[in-house]
Design a protein around this ligand. Structure first.
Ligand code: SF4
Length: 245
């Protein structure tokens, strides 16, 4: 999944978003549930797109996905994990060797530092294993709340929060599920509206919907399964071809 392409998403750009946002009361929660049900029906195949076989691989793949497509990460990780199959191996890696493997994902020097540092943290503090708790994960180099949410949700089945990447940030605000300037605030608002058992799934669905339908520049409002539940004013004009973002 795309990391926050952690660019404080469109926070500074004032992303297109609904004028109104759902309140975390019974009515707002019903509406949020209806939106998620609609997205679930439309995108049953939505899931984490980062290839991984265990928590170690998912942590490292998620770190690599910052400012990079999942497809690109999936091209790189088979080579990375063949050479460094576990945290012990990666912790002992020569930075330049890791950089060479992950170069195409961008920001490769910083990412190599994060990967090796994270692996070292796993070895030193957790016996080489990925911990299943938010408070432990976010203390590892390169691991923020978004990455921890992805790992906990997909590798441990723990509903710790809602991973907010650039798609979740944009789509949730168009739909009127949130209205905020930072991913952290968007996550907090979503968590108040959505039942905990659906948190991880919410991220998957909003990311998938953002990629396939509610794209940043050219949303396909006319074919959107949540059109009648969406709060974004421009959707009608876009659906009828009468407006641009
Ligand atoms: S109606 Fe348009 S803006 Fe609203 S969720 Fe669908 S695609 Fe996105």
């Amino acid at each position: 999944m795309p990391a926050p392409r952690v660019r404080r998403p469109a926070a500074a750009k004032k992303p297109a978003r609904a004028a109104v946002v759902l309140a975390p009361d019974a009515r707002g929660k019903r509406r949020a549930t209806a939106i998620l049900d609609r997205l679930e029906a439309a995108h049953p195949e939505a899931t984490c797109a980062l290839s991984h076989r265990n928590p170690y691989e998912l942590v490292m793949a998620t770190i690599l996905s910052a400012q990079c497509t999942d497809e690109r990460v999936n091209q790189v990780t088979p080579v990375l994990f063949a050479r460094y199959p576990d945290a012990n191996a990666l912790a002992a890696a020569v930075p330049e060797d890791v950089e060479e493997i992950i170069r195409s994902t961008g920001f490769f020097r910083a990412k190599a530092r994060s990967l090796i540092g994270c692996a070292a943290g796993l070895v030193e503090r957790h016996g080489g294993q990925v911990p299943g708790r938010m408070e432990d994960l976010v203390k590892l180099p390169g691991v923020g709340r978004k990455t921890a949410n992805v790992v906990l949700g997909h590798a441990f089945g723990v509903e710790s929060g809602i991973a907010v990447d650039t798609h979740v940030f944009r789509v949730s605000q168009r739909l009127g599920l949130a209205r905020a300037e930072t991913p952290e605030d968007v996550e907090e608002q979503l968590m108040k509206l959505i039942p905990q058992r659906r948190w991880s799934r919410t991220s998957d669905l909003l990311i998938f919907h953002g990629r396939k339908v509610c794209a940043a520049r050219s949303p396909r409002c006319g074919g959107c399964p949540a059109f009648d539940l969406c709060a974004w004013d421009d959707r009608v004009a876009i659906a009828t071809g009468g407006a641009k973002r």
